[in-house]
Design a protein around this ligand. Structure first.
Ligand SMILES: Nc1nc2c(ncn2[C@@H]2O[C@H](COP(=O)(O)OP(=O)(O)OP(=O)(O)O)[C@@H](O)[C@H]2O)c(=O)[nH]1
Ligand SMILES: [Mg+2]
Ligand SMILES: [Zn+2]
Length: 284
């Protein structure tokens, strides 16, 4: 469930009882470490302490936030306070696609938007809504919270998103018992202050688990191969085949993806693709 000063809080699968567990010395020797979300075998040694013996195979794993075995990711983002770029959203989405994790995109703080900005939000959400479930929420005005509960109910989920977008605030408002710490934004930069410092799985009163996680400032995509990138944009799979079967959709003639930009493929999504492709090719 969480780590605290090198001890892990383990929740028993059958009884729901929690144990503060030491890790086995051999984990350190083998350079392995359990992470939040891991399913482990443990031996209780007294009422509420014990020792983790082994870590079971992870069905999936994300690096940022660091978590294992979730059913889905809730990516929280904002147009204002902080202003999160679509490129950052797209960066996260390719990492989630690579981890084969379904992602729900939550645009939070919609109470801060005027009518013009709300129109912009509609346009942006239509970029994503064909392939991802999109929610619009406000903690302040209690908008979209029932829908978020429905998304989380009876699943194991993780929150993800930049610092200050309202991940902890959203969880406090749908499950008040969790009492998570929330932080102001820094005034000048309108950036979050990394209030949540550790990932922690929380049990939801209405069923399911969700991890609150520290906000990230950047996302490393360098583990992705340039040729593999096109597979991580679901909209590309809908267009006809390009003339060259190994087309990477950058400069090739007869490229169906490029022809579909602005029609089936939103421009900002293709721009992210081309940018990431360059970045990954340069790294290579
Ligand atoms: N206006 C408005 N402010 C919000 C909303 N949700 C959260 N906030 C504010 O945004 C600030 C940051 O919220 P947090 O919940 O701490 O953000 P976080 O994503 O958990 O941030 P980290 O833990 O640093 O990653 C707080 O001052 C919240 O009160 C919202 O819907 N509307
Ligand atoms: Mg937080
Ligand atoms: Zn192509």
């Amino acid at each position: 469930m969480r780590f605290h000063s090198n001890m892990a809080t383990v929740e028993d699968w059958e009884t729901g009882k929690r144990y503060i567990c030491k890790l086995r010395g051999k984990f350190k020797l083998q350079n392995i470490r359990p992470i939040v979300g891991d399913i482990v075998e443990y031996i209780p040694d007294s009422n509420d302490s014990g020792r983790i013996e082994s870590i079971l195979h992870r069905k999936n794993e994300l690096k940022k936030p660091r978590i294992a075995n979730v059913d889905q990711v809730v990516l929280v983002t904002t147009l204002k306070q902080p202003e999160v770029s679509l490129k950052m959203v797209d960066r996260f989405l390719i990492l989630a696609e690579k981890a084969l994790l379904p992602t729900v995109i939550v645009f939070n703080k919609i109470d801060l938007l005027d009518s013009k900005e709300l129109e912009t939000l509609e346009e942006i959400s239509s970029i994503y809504s064909r392939y991802y479930r999109v929610l619009k929420t406000s903690v302040k005005k209690e908008i979209g919270l029932e829908e978020l509960k429905e998304v989380l109910k009876d699943k194991i989920s993780t929150m993800a998103g930049l610092s200050g977008v309202g991940k902890s605030s959203l969880l406090n408002s749908i499950s008040p018992g969790v009492k998570l710490k929330v932080g102001e934004l820094s005034e000048k930069l309108e950036r979050g202050k990394h209030t949540t410092t550790h990932a922690e799985l929380l049990r939801l009163e209405f069923g399911g688990y969700v991890a609150d996680t520290p906000g990230f400032a950047n996302l490393d995509i360098s583990d992705i191969k340039p040729e593999e990138l096109k597979e991580l944009f679901p909209e590309f799979s809908e267009v006809e085949s390009c003339v060259f079967p190994d087309c990477v959709h950058i400069n090739e003639p007869g490229c169906s993806v490029k022809q579909a930009v602005g029609i089936f493929i939103p421009e900002s999504r293709y721009e992210s693709y081309a940018d990431f492709y360059m970045e990954l090719s340069e790294n290579q």
